[in-house]
Design a binder for this molecule. Structure first.
Ligand SMILES: *Cc1c(COP(=O)(O)O)cnc(C)c1O
Length: 371
């Protein structure tokens, strides 16, 4: 008996290349796309190890947990690393990046996360890209949590290595990811003796064995199911329209912030300023005396379908995440999340206004339509 997932015709090189071309269109880029057969951490690590080495002076911007990881990889490569850490309740500014360059003129590589699903903030990449370009440094961007939720434009912004994954706002699988690579980034890698070769982490292998040969034959058997899923989720975004998909995320985030403020009970948006809040996910600060992970566990008990999670690591005590991305980028998911949190807060003896919160979610929609 044939099985719909198992007995598939082999994925051709032409089909693989056409999926890459669709990803390039999604990013509005003319750069090369390297699709990697693994979760986004594969190209995130591969791109750093390919581009950075002992001669590199890297400015590593930390606005969430991934920045910490990038710094570790960079140091591991032998790079000199200047960490620019900002509190998780805000975003980094282009001015802070400019000051870092002024203080350390040798910086030739900048690593930055665009939106942080883990901390709920988003960084002004267009403005930062301008500063980085003026200084001639290479810009590496983790756009895993922003692609599909807000504009990601590597060419317009001067991003040299832009990594995306399908598992957040694209509503796809976690097992496949991609990186767009500028000519400058290829040159940097070619000049880096420590860049991985004959390795799963190697971007240069893909250039040599796939791109430079005109993408006629695949270097190894592709992860077929993941590639088909990537194709399907890009196709769905194209059908809905990227702008409509981004608008859904943006309005879910606005509704979550307005609803959380109206809910009360000591719950408040974790990211202070609306402009710093990521469209992909909204983080909330638990009321004092309430452990966020316990509150989330209780809310999930009352409604297991809501997209709630506690913050990772040490943030589990104070941070609640409303992961309104992909299929959950709806006002309904936000309403259900706030209702479940309201019930959990009430059972802890706190006074909340669930009706008011749900009204705020709906009012937010009306004011957007009027405006
Ligand atoms: C989700 C995400 C990733 C992918 O990492 P996972 O922890 O495996 O989901 C990478 N970077 C950012 C900014 C993300 O939000």
């Amino acid at each position: 008996m044939t099985h719909p997932f198992l007995d598939l015709a082999p994925l051709s090189a032409a089909r693989f290349a056409s999926i890459e071309d669709r990803v390039a269109r999604l990013l509005d880029t003319r750069q090369d796309i390297v699709t990697m057969q693994g979760e986004a951490l594969l190209p995130l690590e591969g791109a750093i190890r390919s581009a950075a080495g002992p001669g590199t002076t890297a400015l590593n911007v930390i606005t969430g947990p991934y920045g910490q990881t990038f710094g570790d990889w960079l140091r591991d490569c032998g790079a000199t690393v200047i960490d620019l850490a900002v509190p998780f309740h805000t975003a980094v500014t282009a001015e802070q990046v400019r000051e870092a360059f002024a203080e350390h003129p040798g910086i030739d590589f900048v690593s930055l996360v665009h939106a942080e699903a883990a901390t709920g903030n988003t960084n002004p990449v267009a403005e930062i890209g301008e500063v980085v370009r003026e200084r001639g440094a290479l810009l590496y961007l983790d756009a895993v949590a922003s692609i599909g939720a807000e504009p990601v434009l590597p060419d317009a912004w001067g991003v040299d290595l832009c990594v995306i994954g399908a598992q957040k706002a694209m509503g796809g699988p976690a097992g496949v990811s991609a990186v767009s690579v500028s000519e400058r980034a290829w040159a940097r890698m070619a000049a880096n003796p420590g860049a991985p070769r004959r390795s799963y982490l190697s971007l240069l292998d893909w250039k040599q064995r796939w791109i430079d040969g005109g993408r006629k034959s695949l270097p190894h058997a592709p992860a077929q199911l993941e590639m088909l899923a990537l194709e399907a989720c890009v196709e769905r975004i194209e059908a809905d329209g990227l702008n409509a998909v981004m608008a859904r995320h943006r309005s879910a985030a606005e509704a979550a912030r307005a609803g959380a403020r109206a809910l009360g009970g000591g719950l408040e948006p974790y990211v202070y300023e609306d402009r710093d809040a990521a469209p992909v996910a909204t983080t909330l600060r638990a009321p004092s005396g309430v452990v966020a992970s316990e509150l989330v566990a209780q809310a999930l008990e009352s409604d297991p379908a809501v997209p709630l999670a506690a913050g990772g690591g040490a943030l589990a005590k104070e941070m609640i995440r409303v992961n309104h991305y992909g299929v959950d980028a709806t006002r309904g998911a936000v309403r259900a999340s706030l209702a479940a949190l309201g019930a959990a807060l009430t059972s802890k003896g706190l006074t909340v206004d669930v009706e008011g919160a749900l009204r705020a979610v709906d009012d937010n929609r009306r004011s957007r339509r009027a405006g």
